[in-house]
Design a protein around this ligand. Structure first.
Ligand code: ZN
Length: 412
């Protein structure tokens, strides 16, 4: 389409009418240094998009007549002109060739165009408008101002893909303010000046400043990867084109790893994982019951041992175990202090030593000074920990023999 527009400095904005142009010849019409961004040039024509409409600015290179190639790190609008940040000073009058980082630009156009198509379908089907839009290089997140069911979203997604396969033209137009007032399009702005419309034939017309592909076929497959209710409407995430392919390939690889681990068929991995999950939950239940039995049995044996003490012997009762978990250890200590006026010192084997709990019944806290006992123990047995007058907890790296020796020394 020949309806070229220019910015204030008369740069013809090639990206506005040809989103697929990745190389172009131009002449430098202004050259300068930006305080923050460094050297820049303004060209008589450019295919570099300065960012906008949710889409990031292009990057690429500029080649000079002497064949030297310089990086275009950023493209932005300043004072109404499209400036290209370059890594060297290039004087005005120089003839240059602009070369875009075309792969990333194309991925962005696929995502952006897919968002136009899906938003257009949602608008024409449900009457909802876009309430927010954020784009990254491989996906777009956008909000619509009304609710959608899972079925609605699947149906919209299927229709969007059919429109991709139909390969409908995507065209750009620049209506005059008078013409714009009578055209139905999304994203109507307050002003009708400088309107640029992107039309997906028969589906959607939307005001937008970003470069677009020229037909829906170039968008590639479209997948809505996430959706959730958001402020009375919906927040949707989509991917498209090459990014959708990459996503599919990554999902395929993950599925293949699950297939290998579970020896499952390709289309049955979810059922295999469900069976595995159910088995895990029932084992967890069984494990809980076994732990309870184990704690009860060990507790009984300790209480039995306490019962056989000589009367008046309230020296600490020492318990070693390697088969309880921390909760079981605590339950055991609680049960045993209920049956014993002295201090119960329980040790649970861990990788580098023991986890310990020292405890005493509250009414005996005055006579059994477990805080001092704990401090002495920590000193003698490389322990760490503390607590209250009724319960202390900690860890030790000492071995069982050293721990037993410590408690024997108390009796001496
Ligand atoms: Zn747009």
């Amino acid at each position: 389409m020949k309806n070229e527009r220019a910015d204030q400095n008369k740069t013809i904005l090639l990206y506005e009418t040809d989103g697929l142009m990745t190389e172009f010849d131009a002449v430098v019409i202004e050259s300068g240094k930006d305080e923050k961004k460094g050297s820049y040039v303004v060209l008589d024509r450019t295919a570099f998009f300065p960012g906008g409409g949710g889409q990031q600015a292009d990057t690429g290179r500029i080649q000079l007549r002497d064949e030297s190639i310089h990086t275009v790190g950023d493209v932005y609008i300043e004072g109404g002109n499209v400036r290209h940040s370059v890594d060297t000073d290039i004087p005005a009058g120089e003839k240059v060739r602009g070369i875009l980082d075309s792969k990333i630009r194309f991925l962005r156009m696929q995502i952006h165009g897919a968002e136009h198509l899906v938003s257009g379908l949602i608008h024409s089907t449900f009457g909802y408008d876009n309430a927010g839009f954020h784009m990254s290089d491989d996906s777009a997140v956008f909000d619509v101002n009304g609710p959608l069911s899972d079925e609605d979203i699947r149906e919209i997604e299927q229709r969007a893909n059919m429109i991709v396969f139909e390969n409908r033209p995507v065209t750009v137009s620049f209506p005059t303010p008078e013409e714009a007032t009578s055209i139905e399009y999304r994203s109507k702005l307050d002003t009708y000046e400088n309107i640029r419309l992107i039309e997906i034939e028969g589906i959607d017309v939307c005001a937008c400043c970003a470069p677009h592909v020229d037909s829906t076929g170039r968008l590639g497959v479209i997948k809505i990867t996430d959706h959730e209710p958001h402020r009375g409407g919906m927040r949707l995430t989509l991917t498209a084109g090459m990014s959708a392919y990459d996503d599919y390939a990554a999902l395929h690889d993950r599925n293949a790893r699950i297939m290998e681990m579970l020896s499952s068929k390709r289309e049955l991995t979810d059922e295999y994982v469900k069976a595995l999950y159910d088995r895990m939950m029932s084992l967890k239940e069984e494990n809980g019951a076994l732990k309870k039995t184990l704690t009860d049995t060990l507790t009984e044996s300790v209480i039995d041992r306490i019962g056989k003490r000589e009367s008046g012997d309230v020296s600490p009762e020492i318990v070693f175990t390697d088969c309880l978990d921390p909760v079981g250890l605590r339950n055991l200590v609680n049960e045993c202090t209920g049956a014993f006026p002295g201090t119960v010192c329980a040790f649970l084997s861990t990788e580098g030593g023991f986890r310990y709990i020292f405890a005493v019944r509250p009414e005996n806290a005055g006579t059994a000074d477990i805080l001092s006992l704990t401090a002495d123990f920590n000193k003698a047995c490389a322990g760490k920990g503390g607590g209250s007058a009724v319960m202390t907890q900690g860890t030790t790296t000492a071995d069982r023999r050293d721990i037993e020796a410590f408690f024997l020394s108390l009796k001496a």
